[in-house]
Design a binder for this molecule. Sequence first.
Ligand SMILES: Cc1ncc(COP(=O)(O)O)c(C=O)c1O
Length: 466
Amino acid sequence: MTAGPASPASPASPASPPSPTAQRFTGDSAGIHRLVLDLRRGEIPAHVSTQALANRTLAGLLDVRSPRLLPSTSDSVFAPEAPPAGPGRPAVPFLPRERLLTPDEQRTAVACFARALASGELTSGPAVARFEHGLGEFLGLPHAVATSSGTDALVIALLAVGVGRGDEVIMPANSFAATENAVFACGALPVLVDVDPERHTLDPTLIEAAVTPRTRAVLPVHLYGRLADAAGVYRVAREHGLPVVEDACQAIGVAGVGRYADATVLSFNPYKNFGLTGKAGAVLTGDSALHARMEGLAYHGFAPGEKNVKAGLWGLNAKIDNSTATVATGLLPGLTLNNYRRAFLAHRYIEALAELGTAGQLHLPAFTDDHAWHLFPVRVPGGEADRDSLRVRLRESGIETDVYYPVLTHQHRTPLHEKLFGDVVLPRTEKLNATVFHLPLHNGLSVTEQDRVIEALHAAVHATTR
Ligand SMILES: Cc1ncc(COP(=O)(O)O)c(C=O)c1O
């Protein structure tokens, strides 16, 4: 992850000179992690901000060492107290749709869309390349293809690295259906491998045993926003001459994303850390030949920069719309501010629930610097029944939680899944899935809402273990 040369946003008051020990702040998860720890310790962060466009809003706040980065000020960057819940609605919803974008972001999105509408450049247009440049700058990768969804980006990446009919792709079983669907869409079959029990992500030590002469790619997923052991996966894949396509749809901004993969796939659907006003995604790479193949696959097989002149046999109609890219470019400066909000709230959860973790009543994630905190997973050591009854108690206290992907790839009950995966057993993935659930954590979660979740969780755990 790098930060580009973009000029800083105008500060509200003169910036203090950086201290000699100031760290360079690039907006990746490692920098955000340090920033959260500094602020939680009450230290004034001494970071020198360098900015990619994606980093501009947060970097501008750092330059003035803004108290707004803490929730205690009236002008905080954190969401204000949420409006009272309507009848029948939880006091703290898991992911309230009407708050996916902040009022500021909504205004920006409307203004950007109006501009695109007036220009008539709705499908193709200049914002696409601008947005792709902004993504590449942020991830430190030279080539990006912005697409109509993360799912399309996965299909394009897999096809471009050579996955086709009858091939096998090694991947985990605990992901959104898009991951396996992309493999099926190429005519290939998922080969499911168990996960690391802490990270919930593909265990590189188990990959080798799954390789066959038909294996064509490895597809790790940075689940919940935590980086898989990307270096380990890449090493094993390379030993077998296999390309890596990483599903980073939940992990934008994580340090290490883009470093150990041939192609890196992102999603910008409205529920993601960087969510837009509809479906969108992207695939990035450092390989110019792969990039050219992906551009063709994303748009009818056309040669780069040419319309109706083919360089490939065929391609999808899966480029991002210029109207969406205009909105994306308008919202991009707030990307790392939203990642900061999530990391700050994740740290707050971890501190406030630590006692339950120490007592062995709840298994909490560690506050690691390779995490985008797309979701906040907790595990109930007792098992599925205990997990479910804890969730019911929370629901009775007005707290909505979720089990994000309740059905693992090999446990779907379609005839084809039963035929393909009937004999598959993945003990760690299955145990994690039976005991995990997710607490509310989103860009618009207020600190007061979070306090309610914390209080209710303490009470519910004590009630179930009495
Ligand atoms: C892990 C994972 N993979 C793939 C996708 C697909 O992305 P999209 O919804 O943009 O198609 C998502 C998002 O929904 C996801 O979370």
